[in-house]
Design a protein around this ligand. Structure first.
Ligand SMILES: *Cc1c(COP(=O)(O)O)cnc(C)c1O
Length: 390
């Protein structure tokens, strides 16, 4: 059976060039990057080359990049690194209602440890209002953490504007850029952030490796203790193969971004437009906001998203209902709830996220398949009234 992968916001396949860049470090180049001898120096060279490539992807200096185990760790490191594991009483953090759970749950944990957390609302398109950020700032505000691109909607938040507001008040500003890296240009200086998280597996690198940009001079307490790797920020023997893979993935992402943005954006627009034309009564969430070029989030009322995902999987189309982490749960997405969808519409929503290997042929196949699946599921739905044919 033909299989079409439309779930790139959950993870991406490792690019062949990335795999090739990793293989030597599983084989002959097995040194510990902290060893002084030639084996160690080969490994160190690979780690430092990767650091430069990752820095280039986000407009940073190599010395400002710390490797981690992924987006989740980078977000935890940023948040608990600024506040500490036992935060001083009375401190305040600003975040939004639509963050990835790696930020949201970290902030909820801070709240349990006595930190006051403001969860800012978003508008119907999923955008945070920078003026809301300004109004939320207090003398006790220690951190603002807001994502650059949302994983469910693809909406791109006004981080540059918020960066200016954070700078006026001298507050440390973190952005979760895991969904933005490789999809839109990122420049940490222009964004005005002190901390920025990325994960390799969202841009054709391996899983289990990520990075945190830490602006020079930013005070950060380590999460882990036990050695001097990564400039004391993150102890433990580096996963040289994974880091080398992330470096290659960053290089490819930077080189291919312009062409791929145009190509994938056109495919996404074709898919979105085609579904809007072919399926009665459906809509795109976040359509009025700037979005990453690969993502569309659509509501098809009267059907359960989970049922759609399963039915589409049987036809060879892989997509999701939104956050991969919530799959299996019947709770409606916190992102869709935050943009004002009632629970029944939030549950009737699909996220289709495209990537490098998708072709026009695959989009044509999706446009033949998805409307028929939706029609069939709707006819089974007790709440659906088939529109009368004129
Ligand atoms: C995937 C994702 C994460 C988590 O990254 P992992 O490397 O899977 O831990 C964090 N934030 C966003 C926006 C994501 O899409």
């Amino acid at each position: 059976m033909k299989r079409v992968y439309l779930d790139h916001n959950a993870t991406t396949p490792v690019a062949p060039e990335v795999l090739a860049a990793m293989l030597p470090y599983f084989g002959e180049a097995y040194g510990n990057a902290s060893s002084i001898h030639a084996f160690g120096q080969d490994a160190r060279g690979a780690v430092e080359r990767a650091r430069s490539s990752v820095a280039a992807l986000v407009g940073a200096q190599a010395s400002e990049i710390t490797f981690s185990s992924g987006g989740t760790e980078s977000n935890n490191q940023a948040i608990f690194g600024v506040l500490g594991s036992t935060p001083e009483p009375g401190r305040h953090v600003i975040t939004s209602a639509i963050e990835h759970v790696a930020v949201l749950d970290s902030c909820k944990e801070l709240a349990k440890r006595g930190v006051d957390v403001t969860f800012l609302p978003v508008d119907r398109d999923g955008l945070v209002n920078p003026e809301d950020v300004r109004r939320a700032i207090r003398p006790e505000t220690a951190l603002i953490t807001l994502m650059l691109a949302n994983n469910e909607l693809g909406t791109v938040e006004p981080i540059e504007e918020i960066g200016k507001i954070a700078a006026e008040s001298g507050i440390v500003f973190h952005t979760d850029a895991v969904q933005a890296a490789g999809k839109i240009p990122i420049d940490v200086t222009r964004l005005g952030v002190h901390l920025l998280s990325i994960a390799a597996h969202k841009f054709y690198g391996p899983k289990g490796v990520g990075a945190l940009y830490v602006r020079k001079g930013t005070q950060l307490k380590p999460l882990l203790h036990g050695g001097h790797s990564e400039r004391d920020r993150r102890p433990g023997t580096e996963d040289v193969a994974a880091i080398a893979g992330m470096g290659k993935a960053a290089e490819l992402a930077l080189n291919n971004m312009q062409d791929e943005t145009a190509r994938i954006g056109a495919l996404r627009d074709c898919l979105e437009k085609g579904l809007l034309e072919r399926v009665p009564h459906c809509w795109v969430n976040g359509a009025q906001a700037p979005r990453t070029p690969n993502t569309t989030n659509m509501t098809f009322p009267f059907i359960e998203g989970e049922a759609m995902v399963i039915a589409l999987d049987l036809k060879g189309i892989a997509c999701s209902t939104g956050a991969a982490c919530s799959s299996g749960a019947v709770e409606p997405s916190h992102v869709l709830t935050a943009i004002g969808l009632p629970p029944e519409d939030a549950r009737a929503t699909l996220r289709l996220s495209l990537g490098h290997q998708n072709t026009q042929q695959e989009i044509d196949f999706a446009l033949e398949t998805i409307p028929a699946v939706i029609e069939r599921l709707r006819l089974l739905s007790p709440t659906y009234k088939k529109p009368a044919v004129a």
